[in-house]
Design a protein. Structure first.
Lengths: 133, 133
DNA sequence: CTGTATGCAAATCATTTGCAGCTTA
DNA sequence: TAAGCTGCAAATGATTTGCATACAG
């Protein structure tokens, strides 16, 4: 939603690289706190606030997608920046992107049955991925 | 998810009645804070913590469904306790329940294309309801 | 009566922010 | 050298909790 301040030049810093690489590698939802803990050893001077700021930046760039855990924390996955949804494995936490072509017929049904004109939708799928089945 | 302690007897108190009636009447997502403000005048001794505790209770009973706003706050709507989704009007905020029969074919597609076995899904729809179209 | 619920105030906890010093381009 | 970052510590703000009192059944 929020884009970085227009005209601002972004720097590829060590912290940003480390956080993005971790997210690309893990392919599962991670909270700011867990990212901080996972990177702390290799990057002793990393600050939690930097993790928060980087996540906010990556989300604004569409590189990462956030959601709220039941615990009240926010977590993030690295993902494509096109409109899509996530298939989240309830066994290993692995997250895959899913396109939403099939949603079109659902939209038609909604309009016919409830006169609701569907503009947007946010979906999260929970199940078992190819590896965990 | 969390159920009230088993064997515990629930009282129908004034605060609980007021909160539930408000939610039933409004049919839109309300935060604890806004519920508190809306009820404050008619119920001068109502405490914000009571609103939080009541919302937690109602959610555990399946009477109410919560979600996280972008602002970081949680909000709640009164809704059916069966498995369903919400169609949220982006104009007036009105929330209707939607069943998920159409999701079945989407599940089949997911399995065929990505070998992902869909167990659960959470969906939120945004659009314009019959009144706002 | 007795178990529950409530109000109030204090405590938590995730997230945000101000600012001076450090980096990247 | 700048414009951008970062670490640190302090500030926020939503939600939770302890406890003594009030209330429902």
């Amino acid at each position: 939603m929020t884009s970085p301040k227009p005209g601002r030049v972004l720097y590829a810093t060590a912290a940003r690289r480390a956080i993005l690489e971790l997210l690309k590698r893990e392919q599962r939802y991670l909270t700011a706190g867990s990212i901080y803990l996972l990177l702390k050893d290799a990057n002793p001077k990393l600050a939690l606030s930097t993790v928060y700021r980087t996540l906010e930046l990556l989300e604004s760039l569409g590189t990462v997608s956030g959601r709220s855990e039941a615990s009240g924390e926010s977590s993030y996955v690295h993902c494509s920046d096109e409109h899509h949804h996530h298939a989240l494995c309830t066994v290993c936490g692995h997250v895959d992107d899913v396109d939403c072509a099939a949603m079109e017929q659902f939209k038609a049904t909604l309009l016919a049955k409830q006169s609701f004109l569907l503009d947007e939708h946010s979906v999260e799928f929970y199940g078992r991925c190819a590896d965990c089945r």
